[in-house]
Design a protein around this ligand. Structure first.
Ligand SMILES: NC(=O)c1ccc[n+]([C@@H]2O[C@H](COP(=O)([O-])OP(=O)(O)OC[C@H]3O[C@@H](n4cnc5c(N)ncnc54)[C@H](O)[C@@H]3O)[C@@H](O)[C@H]2O)c1
Ligand SMILES: CC(C)=CCC/C(C)=C/C=C/C(C)=C/C=C/C(C)=C/C=C/C=C(C)/C=C/C=C(C)/C=C/C=C(\C)CCC=C(C)C
Length: 463
């Protein structure tokens, strides 16, 4: 996980836990990811930036200057981000205050806001294989290539992995949700589980409550939806009243595909010593990078925390992009058979590329499809999040938290700045601040508010 360090401003998981009086022990991951790419290009992304750069320069010595320039540009953006107090960019008193306190940093971010990583990489780098490597670097966090990945997001992940580092929560990632829930309840909050919202109740154009599938209704001054914008504006609200802003969002962004996930338990002895925790595999052809089942992600959390599995065993989480269309219209029997078949193909590829003998070492296997994602996360088509329909203008087109409906806010990965736990956590921080201002808990200027919201709306139309 990103965001778990004890320094800087971007450790948003640490900060969220601290806000409710919790802390989780973490294990530092020495290698963010080990890439296994076409033409036998193998790259380990070491935690130390100098080690990573040395490795990549060793592989592409003729591009040394380009490599230093591209990643250097990322650091310029990351350092600016890391110097700001992170709050709502939709709240003018805070935003103008930041411009006043940190003008260079804010202007740097404003300059890069409409830009994408691939264009900047091409300014410095010519080698097509190295540019494809940068595509893979972006793809693992955005599910699109570098030309479609906003430069601010790319900089955030390409640098924070060396600054705060990747850290694994002891006991597994589920501990984050458990701790947050415990901390919130201790602070006086109430959480309703198994509470499936089917409608947002709107009265005279204002969101005033929610209705659950069991018929219960809850009313409040503020409604915040963590469902995707497609679910919020397509299911929880009637599609026919789609606000103009949402129409524009759906024109600019489409649903990214979902994932096929394979969880297996294996006999530990088949993993070579010093196996890394995260791997990304694309065997033969760069063209397959963005295709369904084209590339394979693999996490082996027990490499870092052996307590997660019984002694002598490891856990493998293997996943690859997959669309819901591939899994619809099948009988139960055909669905089960297809899961087996597709999972077997993926496991065979991993056996060939990384771990000989993998298949016969499996002691447990469970396969989830895009339908599983849709069912358990209530995400339309099981989507991983928004993906630009064409080449975006960086982050310029991403909506913030306020919506065209009074009293309704959106949060999560279909809001600025997009997918990723830290991105989503930041959208939560922004939303909390904006809601605080609207409820009179934070300073607010109605005149500046109206002007800024209009300006931001207009900027989005340029994207
Ligand atoms: N680091 C990783 O390996 C990793 C893995 C998976 C996801 N992620 C990140 O997590 C991000 C997702 O975060 P998010 O918070 O936007 O989405 P989310 O899907 O994680 O959370 C939305 C929550 O809202 C609930 N929900 C949805 N509709 C509902 C309804 N109608 N009624 C009641 N509850 C409902 C869902 O059950 C879910 O708990 C992704 O962008 C992804 O990058 C990271
Ligand atoms: C408003 C205007 C107009 C202007 C102004 C200017 C300014 C001031 C600006 C500012 C801005 C800001 C602050 C921004 C921020 C941003 C952020 C925070 C971002 C973040 C991001 C993040 C991200 C993207 C992340 C991501 C991650 C991810 C997705 C991850 C994932 C992972 C996975 C999937 C795993 C892998 C595995 C393997 C390989 C195996």
């Amino acid at each position: 996980m990103f965001g778990f360090s004890d320094k800087g401003n971007l450790n948003l998981i640490t900060q969220a836990l601290a806000a409710v009086g919790c802390k989780i022990d973490v294990i530092p991951d020495p290698t963010t990811v080990h890439f296994h790419l076409p033409d036998d290009l193998s790259v380990q992304v070491h935690r130390e930036y100098s080690d990573f750069v040395a490795e990549i320069v060793h592989k592409f010595p003729h591009e040394k200057e380009g490599i230093l320039n591209f990643y250097g540009e990322c650091w310029k953006i990351f350092n600016s981000l890391n110097s700001l107090e992170l709050k709502s960019l939709e709240e003018p008193i805070y935003l103008f205050g930041q411009f006043f306190k940190k003008p260079i940093e804010c202007l740097t971010l404003a300059y890069y806001l409409p830009q994408n990583a691939g264009d900047i990489a091409r300014k410095f780098i010519k080698d097509p294989q190295l540019l494809s490597f940068i595509d893979a670097e972006c793809f693992i966090v955005s599910t699109v290539n570098a030309l479609q990945t906003p430069m601010i997001n790319a900089s955030m992940v390409l640098c924070d992995r060396h600054f705060g580092g990747i850290n694994y929560p002891v006991g597994g990632v589920g501990e984050i949700a458990k701790s947050l829930a415990k901390g919130l309840v201790k602070k006086g909050s109430e959480i309703l589980y198994k509470a499936n919202v089917t409608n947002i109740i709107v009265n005279n154009g204002k969101a005033v409550g929610v209705k659950l599938s069991d018929g219960r209704k809850f009313y409040a001054r503020t409604i915040i939806s963590n469902a995707t914008r497609w679910d919020t504006f397509g299911k929880l609200l009637e599609k026919k009243n789609l606000p103009k802003e949402e129409e524009n969002f759906q024109k600019a962004y489409v649903k990214a595909p979902s994932f096929l996930s394979i969880h297996v338990g294996i006999k530990a002895e088949i993993l070579p010593p010093d196996t890394d925790c995260h791997h990304f595999v694309l065997e033969d052809d760069w063209k397959n990078l963005e295709n369904s089942y084209g590339s394979i992600f693999l996490s082996i959390p027990t490499v870092l925390d052996s307590s997660l599995a019984p002694e002598g065993r490891h856990i493998l989480h293997i996943f690859t992009t997959s669309s819901i269309e591939d899994w619809e219209g099948l009988s139960r029997k055909d669905y089960e058979a297809k899961k087996e078949l597709v999972a077997d193909k993926i496991i065979t590829r991993l056996e060939k590329k990384l771990f000989p003998g993998l298949k016969s070492a499996i002691v447990f296997k469970e396969v989830g499809t895009p339908k599983t994602h849709r069912r358990y996360l209530a995400r339309d088509s099981g989507t991983y999040g928004p993906m630009p329909r064409n080449t975006p203008k960086g982050l310029l087109g991403m909506p913030f938290n306020t919506t065209g409906i009074d009293g309704l806010y959106c949060v999560g990965d279909s809001c600025f700045p997009g997918q990723g736990v830290i991105a989503v956590a930041f959208s939560g921080v922004m939303c909390a601040h904006r809601v605080g201002a609207d409820l009179g808990l934070e300073r607010k200027s109605p005149v500046l508010d109206a002007a800024l919201l209009r300006l931001l709306g207009w900027l989005r139309t340029l994207a």
